[in-house]
Design a binder for this molecule. Structure first.
Ligand code: NAD
Ligand code: DAU
Length: 354
């Protein structure tokens, strides 16, 4: 494969959206390395299964001989690193996998990529990029009057997930600073859209509201997140990969702060509107449950650097994006049924029973 990008974690929520978008908009080939954990689903990529520019490899980013072989054989011009354990609640119940993949796995990947980069001829080295996909959670929590997170906000991660992502960000930074690896880091706010695993707030609430099951809201429901439609995040990643300044970090966000309770109520109202109001209003399904330990109160992103320097702007408003997302989950009932069997049921029972 010529002109290839190695994507890690491309069978997950954002990675699969990125691959679908990239193949539609860019001539490069994609090599997708994914371990297929509970969160990875090859059905997300059904639409490109026959595309000769796409290849899937089942494997772990921590498997150094495998990564070495892929880099040698395919000589990608870049790596876009999505692979991670990504769910905060799971990191609280069992942080081991988060350290293993997000910290050790990223370290192993960086080591192999560095060796590969150093072996490249000058021209290929100039074009090579390692883009690390990270999160706003590394910056900690804001009070209601605080300014949004900027790229110079000090790191203050509060959950094992956030700490593991912060550690990986620091490693990426060090590999640029020390070894000259041409890295780019993106820190993004909460994503929503098609193919998100229904352990996360928005898809969980859509599917439960559809089925008239309880809608669990942690604590008082007043925690604030900054929501971005997943395609806008993928467009931002493509922009940074193409034009970002090497060694830099870019914050990505939707300028769209919402309280959790408002989001849950909005989804209830949308479903009442779309499905018809045969029973009681779905807002009556809302159930306030025990708060997440260490629950960050507010995230907000200042995305002015990527807007100013690279001309990226979110295209979707929350109102249009959430409507599309609700329709997607209603129209893809088989996808939802498949991913909510087996281990998913076990997670929901363990997590919400207490
Ligand atoms: P996800 O949990 O949906 O997908 C993660 C993917 O990584 C899965 O396909 C999984 O199989 C794969 N994976 C896990 N461990 C692996 C390993 N050791 N080797 C290879 N593959 C492995 O996650 P997501 O929501 O798509 O997030 C993708 C990235 O974006 C993560 O790095 C996350 O921290 C970051 N991020 C997510 C959000 C969000 O709102 N979801 C926001 C900002 C940043
Ligand atoms: O901010 C970016 C991060 O967004 C990403 O780095 C993470 O990978 C991603 O999972 C997401 O983290 P959050 O913890 O913010 O997302 P989650 O969907 O789990 O929760 C969103 C908010 O809703 C949060 O305040 C917790 C709350 N919540 C969540 C669930 C699952 C509830 O009130 N009830 C729930 O059942």
């Amino acid at each position: 494969m010529e002109d290839t990008i190695l994507v890690t974690g491309g069978a997950g929520f954002i990675g699969s959206n990125f691959i679908l978008r990239q193949l539609a908009q860019d001539p490069s080939s994609i090599l997708n390395l994914d371990k297929l954990t509970y969160a990875g689903n090859l059905r997300n990529l059904d639409a490109i299964a026959g595309d000769r520019r796409y290849e899937f490899v089942h494997g772990d980013i921590g498997d150094r001989p495998l990564v070495r072989r892929l880099l040698q054989d395919r000589a990608p011009r870049g790596v876009v690193h999505f692979a991670a354990e990504s769910h905060v609640d799971r990191s609280i119940r069992g942080p081991d996998d988060f350290i293993r993949t997000n910290v050790d796995g990223t370290f192993a990947l960086l080591e192999e990529v560095r060796a590969h980069y150093e072996s490249l001829p000058e021209l290929a080295r100039r074009a090579f990029r390692f883009l690390h996909v990270s999160t706003d959670e590394v910056y900690g929590s804001l009070e209601s009057a605080d300014a949004p997170f900027s790229e110079s906000t000090p790191y203050a991660p509060n959950s094992p997930y956030a700490a593991s992502k912060a550690a990986s960000d620091h490693l990426v930074r060090a590999y640029h600073h020390t070894y000259g690896l041409p890295t780019l880091t993106t820190n993004c706010s909460n994503n929503y859209g098609p193919f998100q695993f229904p352990e996360k707030l928005i898809p969980l609430v859509i599917l439960n509201a559809r089925d008239r099951k309880p809608l669990p809201v942690y604590g008082d429901g007043q925690n604030v997140r900054d929501w971005l439609y997943v395609e806008d995040h993928c467009a931002a990643i493509a922009t940074v990969l193409a034009n970002g300044r090497v060694g830099e970090t870019y914050n990505i966000g939707g300028w769209n702060e919402k309280r959790n309770l408002d989001i849950v109520q909005l989804i209830c109202d949308l479903l009442d509107e779309i499905e018809g109001r045969s029973g009681a209003p779905r807002r009556e399904l809302i159930s306030f449950v025990r708060d997440r330990p260490g629950h960050d109160r507010r995230y907000a992103m200042d995305a002015s650097k990527i807007e100013r320097e690279l001309g990226w702007h979110p295209r979707e408003t929350f109102e249009t994006g959430i409507r599309k997302t609700v329709h997607w989950y209603l129209q893809n009932a088989t996808w939802a049924k498949d991913v909510t069997s087996g281990s998913y049921r076990q997670w929901i029972e363990t997590h919400y029973s207490s």
